[in-house]
Design a protein around this ligand. Sequence first.
Ligand SMILES: NC(=O)c1ccc[n+]([C@@H]2O[C@H](COP(=O)([O-])OP(=O)(O)OC[C@H]3O[C@@H](n4cnc5c(N)ncnc54)[C@H](OP(=O)(O)O)[C@@H]3O)[C@@H](O)[C@H]2O)c1
Length: 422
Amino acid sequence: MKIAICGAGTVGTGVAQILHDNADLIKLRGGEAIEIAVVASRRPPSEGPLADLEFTSDLISVCGRSDVDVVVELMGGTTDAKHLIETSLRAGKSVVTANKALIAEHGDDLFEIAAKHDVSLKFEASVAGSIPIIKVLQESLAGARIGWIAGIINGTANFILTEMASEGVSRSFDTVLAEAQALGYAEADPTFDIDGTDAAHKLAILGALAFDQPLRFDQVHIEGIAEIDPSDFKFAKAFGYRIKHLGVARSSGESLEMAVYPCLVSTAAMLSGIDGVLNGVLVSSEAAGETFCCGAGAGAGPTGNAVVADLIDLQRQGLRPGSDAPRRTDESLKMLRPEETEAGFYLRITVEDRPGVMSGITTVLADFGISLDKIMQEDAANHRATIALVTDSIVQGVVEQAVAKLEQHDAVLGKIQKIRVF
Ligand SMILES: NC(=O)c1ccc[n+]([C@@H]2O[C@H](COP(=O)([O-])OP(=O)(O)OC[C@H]3O[C@@H](n4cnc5c(N)ncnc54)[C@H](OP(=O)(O)O)[C@@H]3O)[C@@H](O)[C@H]2O)c1
């Protein structure tokens, strides 16, 4: 099988390295060798496993080449990459991509073009690097009715939260972000990792597959991690939780909820133990119970490994569309707005330290029908105190109303922190 590698960056180089290092295994397991016929990118690679191969800066030219069976799109972005993939599929070439933004935002159109031209569009590498979660949903759990899926699907955000929670000197979000950048775990512009957009792209893909729905990136509720304060980790720990940034897709069978947000996760839960740049995805289904996958979520090797696995799948299925092409039911699930969903909530409230304040706070919460699971108060300097609490499960819209009311309370100082409990 001959491929074109489009995009000579981190993942493109990783794929070429694996194809070179594991050529014997790949030939044995896939039935034939995988050769790189051409590398297409903006600039020719000057070193590494792509350097001595045929190069072109004319991306679209690879689509018409008779010596290219599969186009591997590893450039990123949603403009040139989309044009390249559409042209490749229309030319009868199967495509493998790692591009989550493109699949999440335009995947439905691309899958339609692939089906029309009887070719495959494979995207295992687009979610959670080396973790084979697309295969788990499309193959291993193909017969299971999924109730929910929850994942730590952005390694940069997980690294920052892990470091902020570590013992010793508490460090602010900005300090830890600067450390992550220095270590190469966060990009120069980490906006999409921090604000939740990257995780939302991946969740849109997982949610569509888990519930046989169209891709709905624009309907994923997105919250990032920039508002988490070092004190939140301390209170979370005292209550028996860790703070993780999760992507959650949940369906009742009639409605669908898809959101990425920071969450308090019980220290007893599997997801709470996924630290640093690792990713972890938990899928709950009636038939299989809880299926947990974890591993490296990014990087040249892990992401390249997922791309190569897709290529071997294509070899095995003779380049024809596999049984794993995404399916869509005719019944579109109603999307729940965040305020319609239910959870327990952690609140951190800074108050004036004077008699009666604690009972004033709990009275307001009781007026909204909110009962408490845990509560503690910590006195600070300057006649201030912090009340931290965890509510029982309640509709988010009700908590938001209660928080708005509490923020008007004469003893409450500043904005109240609100974080979901998973
Ligand atoms: N890195 C990871 O760990 C990881 C993990 C999962 C998924 N992914 C996805 O994999 C894809 C590639 O990521 P990456 O980290 O390998 O990116 P990268 O290191 O920035 O490499 C991208 C390569 O594509 C080239 N390129 C970009 N736009 C181009 C265009 N319009 N025309 C021609 N060449 C173009 C770049 O050239 P220049 O350098 O000259 O601009 C560069 O060689 C992205 O979709 C990303 O989301 C990455």
